[in-house]
Design a protein around this ligand. Structure first.
Ligand code: SF4
Length: 194
């Protein structure tokens, strides 16, 4: 494996459509400003961050300490990114905590879930602690906090995702189309994507 380090934003792009990685990294074609899909991790929630009640976190989630806006990278897994918060829990484990400027609609999207899974992998490696779950705070649903439990399968899938992204970037592999045709309708790459 080479020296390429991908970002969490790359992962979100990939999960939307693997071809985004090819067009952006192999052909160096940026996304249009006005494209429907925007990875704005953290940007728009900036103003609304840190409004969760610390006392609530301590009591309900068993948080003994937390670190905020943590830049984190994994040499093993070739990925880097910023975690909104890392919670250290009273059972000796740690957990990533992400804010989403979104409403909670009874489901956790795969993009949200695997962002957390990759954060968990990086926390494990850097802090040498077990990570069994993560949390998402939906700021447009009155800061509702949803817990996401991780399985071994999730961690395996996380590694697969990274490997596939590296294969596209490092080897120029042209991936298949998105499985979800409705994503293609107003995709900024639709005119060059065959
Ligand atoms: S047109 Fe469809 S398959 Fe092609 S990059 Fe866009 S979303 Fe992916």
């Amino acid at each position: 494996m080479g020296d390429t380090i991908i970002t969490i934003s790359d992962v979100l792009e990939y999960l939307f459509c693997p071809r985004f990685i090819y067009f952006m990294h192999c052909l160096a074609i940026p996304q249009n400003e006005g494209s429907r899909f925007k990875v704005q991790k953290g940007r728009e929630v900036h103003e609304e961050k840190r409004i969760t009640n610390t006392e609530y976190l301590r009591k309900k989630l068993g948080v003994v300490r937390k670190e905020m806006n943590v830049f984190i990278a994994s040499k093993t897994h070739h990925v880097k990114g910023i975690v909104d918060e890392i919670l250290f829990l009273d059972d000796g484990t740690a957990a990533p905590f992400e804010y989403k400027y979104a409403e909670f609609k009874d489901t956790i999207f795969q993009t949200y879930k695997f962002q957390l899974v990759l954060h968990a992998m990086m926390i494990k490696e850097n802090y040498n602690l077990d990570v069994k779950k993560g949390f998402i705070c939906f700021t447009r649903s009155n800061n509702q906090i949803e817990e996401v439990d991780f399985t071994e399968k999730d961690f395996k899938k996380g590694i697969e995702i990274i490997d596939e992204i590296l294969e596209i970037i490092d080897k120029g592999f042209y991936p298949g189309k998105s499985r979800y045709k409705n994503k293609c309708i107003d995709c900024c790459y639709s005119n060059i994507c065959t």
